[in-house]
Design a protein around this ligand. Structure first.
Ligand code: SF4
Ligand code: SF4
Length: 335
């Protein structure tokens, strides 16, 4: 079974009209995917990650993950999905380095610790532990494409967040762009990324090469518009109907929603095969696809702005917006 045109359209955006996906790209896509997959192995490394990105891709619906990894790509290495273990598994990585294979796509999930090799090692060679940083450095030299899946790999994410006690990033966690500063890297952020973003980026690369990227090296196809522009509550925002407590109807801006500052198509694409979105379910957007996630200066996640509602209530809407932005940046209502 190969990916048919209908499945491909769904994956890339629900409908071609919503995302303006190129008709040229779709011509002969079945043949192109099959041929490209035959020659494109994928090596997927998990470094400082919670495995959430891998769990997310396991929920890919159309095509499902079994179809993707058995028929569309050759998943040669994935720590938690592959059948091989121990020396046999590490040999896949070692041979890719030693033979200087240049035919594979390198996927990295998780950030790379630089504070000490002991923070994240992947297997052993000749009786010595090999650090995630060494594997990424060596494999990254030859990979034909490098994909950073998840915000930790793309920008540092949660492992690179400031410690509340020390203000430091304790493990020296870095995005792969700082480990491989000269490499062309496609970032597919999210905590976790939607499965369509990951599968869709791989298939776009197989079919058409590099997708068009934004200033944060994210595919514009998925991250080109803000959450706010596509939000279910946009009409509420325009009318000035704001929720002031969790569970109330209305725009979630006063509760700290970061949708205005965040590129992500979840309000249209939705999670769980189309069931609901972060804004649609009333939690608001925490900006998980952005490089500043999760610190946002000193703001952090889920910072309620309701403590200042008494002051905000007397302001006009443009003043409310300015006041909330001030609060987000760690200031007061007035600046
Ligand atoms: S809930 Fe967030 S994203 Fe939606 S309209 Fe309000 S501020 Fe914008
Ligand atoms: S809507 Fe916001 S919180 Fe939800 S996935 Fe997108 S960026 Fe992350």
């Amino acid at each position: 079974m190969t990916l048919n045109r209908r499945d491909f359209l769904k994956l890339m955006g629900g409908t071609a009209a919503v995302f303006g996906f190129s008709g040229v790209l779709l011509q002969g896509c079945k043949k192109a995917i099959t041929e490209a997959a035959e020659r494109t192995p994928v090596i997927w490394l998990q470094a400082q990650s919670c495995s959430g990105c891998s769990v997310s891709i396991l929920n890919a619906a159309e095509p499902d993950i079994a179809t993707v990894i058995t028929e569309h790509i050759s998943l040669n290495y994935h720590q938690t999905l592959m059948g091989g273990t121990g020396d046999a598994a590490i040999r896949v990585l070692d041979e890719a380095v030693k033979k200087q294979r240049k035919d594979f796509v390198l996927v990295v999930e998780g950030s790379i610790p630089t504070g000490s090799e002991a923070y994240c090692t992947i297997g052993m060679l000749n009786g010595k532990h090999v650090s995630a940083q060494e594997w990424v450095t060596e494999l990254g030299k030859n990979a034909k494409a490098i994909l950073a899946f998840g915000t930790c790999a793309a920008y540092g994410g949660i492992p690179a967040a400031e410690s509340r006690k020390t203000g430091l990033n304790p493990t020296g966690a870095k995005p792969i762009s700082e480990i491989l500063p000269n490499a062309a890297i496609i970032n597919v952020p999210g905590c976790p990324p939607h499965p369509d973003w990951m599968v869709g980026t791989v298939l776009h690369y197989l079919l058409k090469g590099m997708p068009e990227l934004d200033e944060y090296n994210r595919p514009k196809l998925f991250f080109g518009k803000t959450v706010h522009e596509q939000c279910e509550h946009l009409a509420d925002y325009k009318r000035g109907r704001f929720a002031k407590h969790w569970g109330e109807e209305g725009c979630l801006y006063l509760l700290g929603c970061l949708g205005m500052d965040t590129g992500c198509d979840i309000p249209k694409r939705k999670w769980l095969g189309g069931v609901n979105s972060c804004t649609g379910c009333g939690s608001g957007c925490i900006g998980c696809t952005e490089a500043v996630f999760p610190d946002y200066g000193k703001r952090g996640l889920y910072k309620h702005l309701t403590a200042s509602l008494d002051e905000i209530n007397g302001l006009e809407e443009p003043q409310i917006r300015a006041a909330v932005l001030n609060l987000r940046n760690g200031g007061s209502i007035n600046g």
